[in-house]
Ligand binder design. Structure first.
Ligand code: ZN
Length: 201
């Protein structure tokens, strides 16, 4: 069993101030979260930097990811260590994820840049029902969407600054291994929960 934050932006997302070095330091010293996914907007440069800095520490794990903007809303692909070609729609992102054996998550479906209920038309793998940077009533709608679609629910802090880190978390029935974690998410062996750290919007 591991604990993971599956949605973090580094400064390589132009709207985030999180420095890869301080992120790795904070993860290393965190009491329970050992795994993070870096999900910068349309780039994996931040992931590469964080992975490099985390490499000396065998008991923390960095999952490659990317948050991709489409005309309908954002999608997160976990397991992708490359950005897809530009000009993409939801189905193109899903095909890209399949090629990479990645997991497609619909982040904050009812917030700005969310897919909303149109997510129902697409073969995504999971719904982010607990986004640390989204008001509770919108997360509640996302929970209903996951239930309706029969999909696993996941959490992500969506941190864009260090104060927003570690507000929410996932308990995943897997060991410290990327493939195992991605498989467990697809199979719904994941439980999102708020950590109790107060949420800053
Ligand atoms: Zn995000």
């Amino acid at each position: 069993m591991i604990q993971a934050d599956l949605h973090i932006h580094t400064k390589y997302s132009l709207d985030s101030s999180i420095n890869p070095k301080s992120l790795v330091d904070q993860l290393y010293s965190h009491g329970s979260i050992r795994v993070i996914a870096i999900t910068d907007h349309n780039t994996v440069e931040g992931y590469r930097k964080v992975r490099e800095l985390a490499a000396p520490y065998p008991d923390i794990l960095v999952i490659p990811g990317i948050e991709i903007g489409t005309p309908l809303g954002d999608l997160i692909v976990l397991g992708a260590d490359q950005a897809p070609p530009k000009l993409r729609d939801v189905n193109e992102v899903i095909s890209f994820a399949k090629e990479k054996d990645g997991v497609v998550i619909v982040p904050h479906p009812y917030r700005e840049y969310g897919l909303g209920s149109s997510a129902k038309h697409y073969a995504v793998d999971a719904i982010e029902t607990l986004n640390g940077s989204t008001p509770l009533h919108m997360n509640k709608l996302a929970e209903n969407l996951a239930k309706e679609m029969g999909l696993p629910s996941v959490a992500g802090s969506d941190a864009h600054n260090v104060d927003q880190l570690w507000t929410v978390c996932n308990e995943i029935q897997a060991s410290l291994d990327i493939d195992e974690i991605l498989k467990a998410i697809r199979r719904g062996l994941v439980r999102p929960f708020p950590t109790g750290k107060s949420i800053h919007f």
